[in-house]
Design a protein around this ligand. Structure first.
Ligand SMILES: [Zn+2]
Length: 191
């Protein structure tokens, strides 16, 4: 009966989820005990230390949902200026973020090729993929210096419709031709 109550390591739990009984495990961090049962006090993942018979819950916020150096992130271009663009990061790896994180791409980090106009690389509203190069002072500096990094989807600055990649990027509605620093898989639907 008790075995059915016990969770396994790596299982996702929320506060109040039952983890086990005090006869089986020593409640550790991220847990509380009520009426002989051990419950999670965190949103996170169960860690069971069988050697020491300890159960704890590793909080989600500690190791996830925060961009880290070298992570591949996806986001929307929020603004473009002459020397940099700001990005609203919405995804780290395969995981969507719950909090708000803003990244910055400096013009020198856009491409291996020299770029003299930031507007030839990004426009507001573009969906991009980038890599985090620094997170000093909670500012996420991003780079798109790789063929699989850059704009995934771009939108026409004249009419807002989607730009289709043929030989060049062309608006499917109005035919406007635009420039971007695109990914090698531009428009393929992979975030
Ligand atoms: Zn257009």
């Amino acid at each position: 009966m008790f075995m059915n109550e016990i969770r396994s390591s790596g299982q996702f739990v929320v506060p109040g989820d039952r983890l086990g009984v005090i006869e089986e495990f020593i409640p550790d961090s991220g847990t509380y005990v009520k009426d002989g049962y051990i419950y999670s006090s965190n949103v996170g993942y169960v860690l069971i230390d069988f050697a020491n018979k300890k159960v704890s819950v590793y909080p989600v916020a500690r190791n996830m949902n925060v961009p880290r150096v070298n992570n591949i992130v996806a986001g929307w271009v929020a603004s473009v200026q002459s020397t940099h663009a700001t990005v609203q990061i919405i995804k780290v790896g395969r995981k969507f973020l719950s909090g708000r994180f803003t990244g910055i791409i400096h013009i020198s980090d856009v491409s291996h090729r020299y770029l003299d106009n930031m507007y030839d690389a990004f426009r507001m509203g573009d969906l991009i993929r980038a890599r985090v190069v620094s997170d000093k002072n909670k500012t996420y500096h991003l780079t798109t210096k790789d063929e699989n990094l850059g704009v995934l989807y771009a939108f026409c600055s004249q009419c807002g419709d989607i730009l289709i990649k043929r030989r060049r990027l062309r608006c499917r509605a109005c035919g406007n031709i635009e420039k971007r620093k695109i990914t090698s898989d531009y428009g393929k639907g992979i975030l």
